[in-house]
Structure formats: structure tokens, C-alpha cells
Design a protein. Structure first.
Length: 155
């Protein structure tokens, strides 16, 4: 996806509901405002989007060994059924590019507006403490994914 003038960026939107820009360039300021108001101001409480999941952590920065609380929220308008075949949680160290899957207690269902909490002890799949650095955690559900970022630093 290319970058266009007047395109929305992650920095200009505090939520994780939209990621980037639709592939078009507004021709006039009027059209840009209309597009912004119609497409980028997503309100989950009156959503017409049937299936969407948001992910976030309880903090932006953690010390080594501190539990990371991960929240999955159904911000769509229909229930989401999570199973071992349609969903996964992936943690990635942005500095090294290394990633691994986090065990997620499945199956479970999230109704619209409902949130599920998953606690992570900062251990990788071999039960070793992960290193300090910047991380993302991504939920993959069916063909939808959503990510959140956080950092881990020394004690």
C-alpha cells in the first residue's frame, strides 16, 4: 500500500481500529474531510463492522519478569468464536525479528463489546525469559489481525 498526501497515519489516530490508509488520494479538502469523517472515526458501540477484534496491553512498558496483561476485545457487531484452527497470538521482538506463538486458552467466544484477559509471563516457547526490547503482540482471527506494541526493559 503506497503513501499518499493527507493520508491518515497511526500517529494521528490513538486507537488501533484502523491501520493505514485506503488506497486513494483526496482531490479536494472537502473530500478529505468527508473521507476522514466517514471512514476513520470508528465507534465500536454503533459498529456495522460484523467481525473485528482489538488487542491491547495493560501498560506500554514492563520490567523483565513482570506479567504482561493482554486484552482481546470484540469491537465488531457479531460474536467471535476463537478456536485452535482459526486464531493465534504471536509475539515478535522488533529488534531481532524473532517471534513465537503464545498459548491461548481456546475455544472461547467473545460477544460484541466483551473483553478477554490473557496473562503472559514473558517466557518464550522454551520457557526462557525473553530479552529486553520492543515487542508487538498480534492476534490473528480468521483473516483479521490486530496488533499492539510494548517494551520490556532490565530490572
Amino acid at each position: 500500500m503506497g503513501h499518499f498526501l493527507h493520508c491518515a497515519s497511526k500517529e494521528s489516530f490513538p486507537s488501533y481500529h484502523f491501520f493505514g490508509c485506503h488506497e486513494f488520494q483526496p482531490i479536494k479538502e472537502y473530500h478529505r474531510e468527508k473521507v476522514f469523517n466517514n471512514y476513520f472515526q470508528y465507534n465500536p458501540s454503533n459498529s456495522n463492522i460484523p467481525y473485528y477484534v482489538s488487542i491491547f496491553a495493560d501498560k506500554n512498558a514492563y520490567k523483565i519478569g513482570e506479567n504482561v496483561e493482554i486484552f482481546l476485545k470484540n469491537t465488531g457487531s457479531k460474536p467471535l468464536v476463537f478456536t485452535s484452527t482459526n486464531s493465534r497470538l504471536e509475539i515478535t521482538n522488533l529488534g531481532t525479528g524473532q517471534s513465537f506463538l503464545l498459548n491461548m486458552p481456546v475455544p472461547f467466544v467473545l460477544s460484541p463489546g466483551e473483553t478477554k484477559t490473557i496473562s503472559w509471563n514473558q517466557h518464550n516457547t522454551t520457557e526462557q525469559q525473553v530479552k529486553s526490547g520492543n515487542y508487538t503482540i498480534t492476534i490473528f482471527w480468521d483473516q483479521i489481525n490486530s496488533s499492539a506494541a510494548f517494551s520490556i526493559s532490565g530490572k
